[in-house]
Design a protein around this ligand. Sequence first.
Ligand SMILES: *Cc1c(COP(=O)(O)O)cnc(C)c1O
Length: 644
Amino acid sequence: MNRLDTPAESFAQGWSPAQSADLYGINAWGDGHYGVGANGDLLVRANGTPDSASVSVMDIVRGMAARGLDMPVVLRIENLLDNSIKGLNEAFAAAIAEEGYNNHYRGVFPIKVNQQCHVIEEIAAFGRRYHHGFEVGSKAELVVALSQLQDHDSLIICNGFKDAEFVELGLYARQIGVDCFFVLETPNELPIVLERSQALGVEPLLGVRIKSAVTVDGHWKEDHSDRSIFGLGTTALLGVVDQLRQAGMLHCLQLMHCHLGSQIPNIRNIRSGVLEACRFYGGLIEEGAPMGYLDLGGGLAVDYEGARTNSTHSMNYRLQEYCVSVVATIRESLDQMEVPHPVIVTESGRATVADSSMLLFNVLDVRDHRPGELPAQLPAECHELLEPLFAVTGLVTLENCQECYNDALYYRDEIRELFRHGQASLRDRALAENIALAVLDQIQGLLKQAERVPPELENLAELLSDIYYGNFSLFQSLPDIWAIDQVFPVMPIHRLDERPEREAIVADITCDRDGKIDSFASVDGPRKTLPLHPLKSGEEYYLGVFLVGAYQETLGDLHNLFGDTNVVSVRINEDGSFHFVREFHGDSIADVLTYVEYNPAIIQEQLRRIAEDAVNAGKISVATRQQMLTAFRASLNGYTYFEQ
Ligand SMILES: *Cc1c(COP(=O)(O)O)cnc(C)c1O
């Protein structure tokens, strides 16, 4: 199972596994967790070093197939989740030691980022050694956190709107010794908290969420205007402090929370945000609150492109730099105010779970846009306008390609116009389309060697690219691509020792024109097509979409009634073997029908009646009726995706 990472002699077609690694940027976005085996398989490594145990993703796929887990599958590698938690905690510990900071770090995982039971269980189990806790935004998430956390040195941070029941749950947690903080988001929450805590005779741990005035780059910036839906404005903040003082409860205010947004690509924004948070923190101490915890929320980015820039899908800093910036900024600004160093809390979600999951699927079909073969000469009876169009095919050079492009499209459009008016035949039109396509294809071939591509021809590669139909639903498994144009790394998980000769976009199997991936992560910024291999007959071709562990699973929807996919958790052992820790079978058709309020038993009965009526009407035999009903039953119990 353990294969050498270094490309061996296998240089099929003048192409090496190392070239694939470069082409797909896996060293840039993979954080050392991926490699390419000499046989062209994608390898995943137990930790981010080249000498760590690694397994072929194809071996895992074969193991899944043998266990009846069909594509598409979300594959989680537990080792990668552990590595993220370890990396975050150890980077903060190192920064704290380096900066001579007088307190410690406590991470909390925001459950909304991935609520799946085995993810949360693994975070609780592995995170225990670092006292890693949870951030929750609802009663349901609080119930999850309370049931999973077994370590009383970990924190639970409660954000979101809190009703009396929510508050009671948190107060019971306090009674059994859990450090459960209520972060006040609006002044109206305070009376509920005070009333419930008096009724139960339990003092709450309180935090306040401030509204930062710092704006950040990227897509997910919070609204920082005074109308931002989260947090307390300065007037409201002081109102809460005054209410607490009057109630004799100011000593409960121990935490300040501030969340600048998610996927913050620019480290300078983070520094500004922390600096401002420190001023608020100092201000609250001046007001007489004891404080002790500074919670900086989420925002630590994931470099989806591997580009190391401050563009939306990237980041211009590394984890270590993030931690040092945070710790140093807090130390410097609080030292100036002579305020003791608080416990530093962060709520990193995306950066904790993104890289532990990948979506794998097989390709069902390819529609290529290669021109069909051209005739040696035009048929005698064709339309005369085809002649100048046909002549273009013999004229294309790098120098005149713009002119040939213009001509080809001009004549093609003329023929289309004539066709509309009944003056050209269907065969004329088909021939014109094909000749024009051949010209574009010639031009594209030449442009590959060109130093400069004329702006109008930049889209040609995209125009001529193939469409690979993947066995997945974008809306179910990659909703952020649809919703916010998120970019993820996409690549084949095998055949990486072969040159990928085709350029393609990837479509899903929903019937929605938005169900496609046509922007791909690359170190040079997003690209519009992805180099892929031609399909081989009788052989599956598998693609993976990477870094999908954050936000994708629960935001997904049932478009076209494609349900949850199969999910597999794998652990890589030190000797390079692996085992299936968990496997979950995705929704059956009966499952998704119940989500939209159908009753599968009634549906079966309705189908039985329809079949029986057909027997009575003499349309089918009883034997056919039986076959039909067996097929219906099998469908209801089957996977919602394309089955072999
Ligand atoms: C969503 C959210 C997070 C997680 O942010 P990431 O950027 O994914 O780390 C943390 N805190 C709060 C309050 C959030 O709403």
